[in-house]
Design a protein around this ligand. Sequence first.
Ligand code: SF4
Length: 578
Amino acid sequence: MDIVLAVQRRFGYVSDQAIDAIATGVGRHPAEIRQMVSFYAFFDREPRGRCQIRLSRTPISLMKGAGAVASAFADALGIAVGEVTSDGAFSLDWTSDLGMADQEPAALIDMRMLTDLTPAAVPSILEALRLQGNLASSTTDADHPRPTLPNESVRSRVVKRGPLLAGPTGGGTAIEAALRRSPDKVIEEITASKLRGRGGAGFPTGMKWRETRKATGTEHYVVCNADEGEPGTFKDRALLTDFADLVFDGMTIAGYAIGARQGLLYLRGEYTHLWRALETRLAARRSAGLLGDAIDGRAGFDFDIRIQLGAGAYVCGEESALLESLEGRRGTPRERPPFPTEHGYLGRPTAIDNVETFACATRIIERGASWFGGFGTPQSTGTKLMSVSGDCTVPGVYEVPFGTTLNALLDLVGATDVGYVQMSGPSGEAVAPKDFGRTLAYEDLSTGGSTMIFGEHRDVLDVALQFTRFFVDESCGWCTPCRVGTTLLAREMEKIVAGRATQSDVEAIDSLASTVARMSRCGLGQTAPNPILTTMRNFPALYEARLQPGVFMPAVELRDALRDAIDVQGREPVSPAN
Ligand code: SF4
């Protein structure tokens, strides 16, 4: 991955020649490298613009004006989205969620993150890019980075801190506390706290660490999943910006507990702007004796952390796909079992946890399992970081105890006249106002943290269509139910949104959705129908209002579909009535 990332950065694309050279260098077949390169959104096989502008396209970004920003870029460059300027200087593309739902519209420009964009800001951004393009070949290099662009700023936006974030920001205290215990006792403490994975799946962390510790293998690994690609989530970005030591402490404690010497943090490519600061933190920790050999003076406890950048693939948030990507392949999910606890990174026992989970583990070892269990509910202990965006007064990261009602969270963020809330991203649930009294907890409204708020004036079905298209784009294509099924679902949904569907289409989409959910190989396909299924369940009247009477309507208006041919011929077709 690192080699291909470097080639892409240096040349703007990955040529056949580069693929052959990489294949020779790493001892793989060129076809393997070609396959891998073609998988990731941030790798190009053909030259694009020397400066690549990627605009975030999500329901939230479009609500906040991304369409107008795209038009401003397109007009100023004289190209449409998806094209390259004739001089090859710029390309303009849409891309999936950039993890900036709290500061949309956002864009990734040559892997630099720009936020809170407006059409008015576009001319000055392009002017700065042209100037820096001219400077690049002469006066800039890796040690002399280019000046900051207008709007090149990412705020961590932690609005409400609770017990997890209110204390010290890490840096060794918890490691000392861990080293006073045996590895088994550390795992016992984590188990007693009832900590569950914060990425959404909710697997008990203590059990995972125990399974990994007891699995046989010459090396064990700790992997931190910082590939938070679920649209609407950005709390891991905030943690890695302001609380990176809490996370690194947690990884180090996990390394001690499971008997690992190596940790890997898989950082989504969209968060490249965090990479340098995180490397600086790691270097500081090595200098302080918190990474490297004999950590904190404990002979025999050697542990270090490496950061691996991703290259734009939502499915890599799935742990087995992430492992494939870490090993330099396409991010295709693996068959399970065996689970990563036995057969993970490089086929060795591996504990993979989310960024927030490691931060929680640090606090538990620092303050004790019973302290942690004092927050939340009996089944869902502790607090949860919620990424809140959309139609509310103060978007950002909120730490709330499990057991908080959705209504209370909406009050906290200043959301009124709410039409519905998309919980846990597109793969989660569309929650209607009648259910706002539900509680945030694994036993009720289970959540990875993404909370997208849509006001009463928003088009629920159009949002469901956009989320379905997201899954079409992000399907890895390995299995047919997901690859084909998501496309068919999107087509059916387009028909409904356009008001061209009948009751039979709704029945067809319902049946297709359950087939995709049941037959897909991994979580992406299994949850891809959720935007449709949960809106059908919670907003049946909205679907009914869009339907046509009768049993069948064609998916397209024939005259519109034939428009090009009609224009060429210069005459309108004669209707049967004539
Ligand atoms: Fe790939 Fe989708 Fe199948 Fe998962 S369900 S393996 S993402 S095609």
